[in-house]
Design a protein around this ligand. Structure first.
Ligand SMILES: C[S@@+](CC[C@H](N)C(=O)[O-])C[C@H]1O[C@@H](n2cnc3c(N)ncnc32)[C@H](O)[C@@H]1O
Length: 190
């Protein structure tokens, strides 16, 4: 989609709580703070969503292989407990706006800080979502090439599911879709 002013909605121009199907029309990009924008979205509105959140990477220097990514208006440096609490709050808001039977794909990775390992499941279990599957994304390239441990070439994609009437399993996939396997291989865009 070509993004023009006609497609762009500024969070500040939205007054009432409700972003509904009518507000979104045939495709809109809403610019604003995640939690604040989500609070204006109606319940059970979205069927499927996807995000690559900030990782709280502390903006450390990378090795020679991959450039360090620094965001424009956001500093990816917060105390880890605060970061995880924010992720839970965002994911629970996304759960609220997702329709029962809907899914959300959440991309993340295992991180280490001073020898402590942080696994995305540490906070995903604190959300309202049912974790349907952990997909391994084999990026085939390491972001950090220091030798403290084996090169980490994978990220994770969590397929999160909002059950209908508490039926956690949900609908069976078509066999052609189930054959996709739980390892997705592809080099990220650079
Ligand atoms: C891992 S990046 C994802 C980038 C995006 N998927 C892309 O391909 O360009 C995380 C993004 O979340 C944005 N971000 C961080 N905190 C935010 C917040 N509170 N509200 C809105 N965006 C935020 C950052 O600026 C950054 O662009």
């Amino acid at each position: 989609m070509n993004i023009t002013n006609e497609h762009l909605l500024k969070e500040s121009s939205l007054h009432s709580k409700q972003i509904t199907n009518d507000t979104l029309g045939e495709g809109k990009l809403i610019e604003g703070d995640t939690l604040s924008v989500l609070s204006k979205v109606d319940d059970d509105l979205i069927n499927v969503g996807i995000t690559s959140p900030p990782y709280n990477k502390q903006e450390k220097q990378k090795g020679w292989l991959v450039k360090n990514v620094v965001y424009d208006v956001y500093k990816d440096v917060v105390p880890e407990p605060e970061y995880q609490e924010n992720q839970v709050n965002v994911l629970d808001e996304i759960f609220r706006v997702t329709a029962p039977g809907g899914s959300f794909f959440y991309n993340h990775k295992i991180r280490w800080d001073r020898g402590n390992m942080y696994h995305p499941m540490d906070w995903l279990r604190k959300t309202m979502w049912t974790v349907k599957q952990e997909i391994i994304w084999d990026r085939m390239i390491a972001g950090n090439i220091r030798g403290w441990r084996f090169w980490q070439v994978e990220e994770r994609i969590y397929w999160l599911y909002k059950p209908i009437d508490n039926q956690l399993i949900g609908k069976e996939l078509r066999s052609c879709d189930a054959k996709m396997t739980s390892i997705w291989r592809g080099v990220p865009e650079r």
